[in-house]
Design a protein around this ligand. Structure first.
Ligand code: ADP
Ligand code: ZN
Length: 442
């Protein structure tokens, strides 16, 4: 595929600006093809038989609701290759999740799957202003983690000079950023904050000493406050990037320059938001679980995959001219939800409050534990900025104010402890651990 003219805001104008009707027609055609592919997979063949579905009954995108759901457990149960719809000799790569909780999941790709993936990532990067003149550095882990190779091939497709720095070694990352003139950086949000801290320690001023202008941040939940902080600290525009290995990896949904919701590419996926309990679709604008059906996958098409990620569809048109639906900032997974004293709480709600206080850093840790006579309690350890005071009365006042605002947000009273910088485990290449659950289960 030819790289478009650098002055065009679109990488693939005909697909990116397709009308809603055009998108539905394309989805209907691709869904029929996907269902025919799925009929090659014993798991789906059995499900179709159970539900009395013949592939030819699925004619339009509206028929998607007749199809069975697929869960992560289904993928695990058919580890490693049970979901392949083509012979393994036609596949050229696999990615696999970490598998800390049982069998890992495996995702197979043909060359055409990899090409489609690279195109999606290129589209996202171009959308946020990356151009062939840029230098792109990727601080994600390469290997099985999809954000490494996923961004790599997408950035090459844009035609940028790429720096596959991979994860870790922050001093070296900063040296590369400076020496190679990195202008577009991909980093998970907790690591972007870490890079800034280390720059500070080294006396590097990102505005003066680097050419950074665009940051792609994703792979873990983060608040609007965290994004703004990253933008201010590094002097960049930071764009939310949503990816999930089962769908391919990065490139699934991305913010455009309006920074108002993530466009999810509807020529690649059918998007549904369902109630996680009843599995019924919720009305647009309402929070629910994101369910995706792949439309461009050859090796391992998936029908109605339950991502467990909670979000909602933003109503209305985006001024950028793309009609692909926009998702609100991801809240976290349904299994990230903390239930404390009967109240449902997302860690991201806590982050949102914490980062409004300029006196504190970006690292925090939520601990849940059972105390004799008190039941379950939540404590929140928060690092203060190293430039902040060590005056006891001032610290206590701040602790008090944070506690008050958290209580207003989450409706339970946490114990807030301000701790010195460097006390909490640092976020490195891994997604940040924000919650420790030490509660007794009985
Ligand atoms: P895992 O984290 O399970 O090893 P993945 O790398 O596929 O595997 O991670 C995908 C998950 O990461 C998503 O399901 C979602 O929970 C989270 N995630 C990815 N991007 C974002 C984002 N921009 N905002 C919030 N969460 C995200
Ligand atoms: Zn837009």
């Amino acid at each position: 595929m030819k790289t478009p003219d650098s002055s065009s805001p679109y990488f693939q104008p005909e697909l990116e600006t397709l009308s809603v009707e055009g998108l539905r027609a394309l989805q209907s055609e691709r869904l029929q093809q996907t269902v025919r592919r799925c009929a090659q997979v014993p798991f789906y063949r059995d499900k179709f038989a159970e539900l009395g579905i013949r592939p030819e009954d699925i004619k339009s995108v509206d028929d998607v609701t007749k199809l069975p759901f697929t869960t992560k457990d289904d993928l695990r149960d058919h580890y490693p290759f049970g979901f392949a719809s083509v012979p393994l000799r036609d596949c050229v790569r696999l990615h696999s999740s970490s598998g800390t909780t049982g069998n890992p999941t495996v995702v197979l790709h043909t060359q055409s799957d990899l090409d489609a993936w690279a195109e999606a990532v290129a589209r996202c990067l171009w959308m946020v202003g990356a151009r062939p003149d840029d230098v792109f550095q990727n601080s994600a882990g390469y290997g099985m983690f999809t954000a490494g190779l996923g961004f790599q091939y997408g950035a090459e497709r844009v035609g940028m000079l790429t720096v596959p720095a991979a994860a870790g070694n922050t001093l070296r990352q900063i040296k590369f950023i400076r020496d190679f003139g990195t202008s577009v950086l991909h980093a998970i949000p907790s690591y972007a904050s870490r890079i800034f801290e280390v720059m500070n320690e080294q006396g590097v001023d990102p505005r003066r000493d680097t050419k950074l202008r665009v940051l792609c941040i994703g792979a873990e939940p983060h608040s609007e406050e965290q994004r703004r902080r990253i933008e201010e600290n590094l002097g960049v525009k930071a764009y939310n990037s949503y990816g999930i290995s089962e769908m391919m990896g990065p490139g699934v949904a991305f913010e455009c320059q309006e920074q108002n919701g993530l466009h999810i590419w509807e020529d690649y996926f059918i998007v549904e938001i369902v109630d996680p309990v009843t599995l019924e679709r919720v009305p647009d604008g309402q929070l629910g679980e994101l369910v995706l059906t792949t439309l461009r996958r050859e090796a391992m098409p998936l029908l109605r995959y339950r991502t467990r990620d909670l979000t909602r569809i933003l109503p209305g048109d985006c001024p950028c001219g793309r009609h692909h639906v926009r998702l609100a900032r991801l809240q976290g997974r349904s299994d990230d939800m903390i239930i404390l004293k009967g109240v449902n709480i997302f860690p991201i709600q806590i982050e949102k409050i914490l980062l409004q206080f300029k006196e504190i850093g970006t690292d925090y840790l939520i601990t849940l534990e059972t105390r004799e006579g008190e039941g379950d309690i939540m404590s929140v350890d928060v690092e203060v900025n190293n430039v902040f005071t060590d005056d006891y009365a001032t610290l206590k006042r701040l602790e008090h104010e944070i506690t008050r605002q958290l209580r207003d947000e989450i409706l339970v009273t946490p114990r807030v402890r301000l701790v010195p910088k460097g006390t909490l485990p640092v976020s490195d290449e891994k997604k940040a651990v924000r919650v420790r659950d030490l509660r007794k289960l009985f």
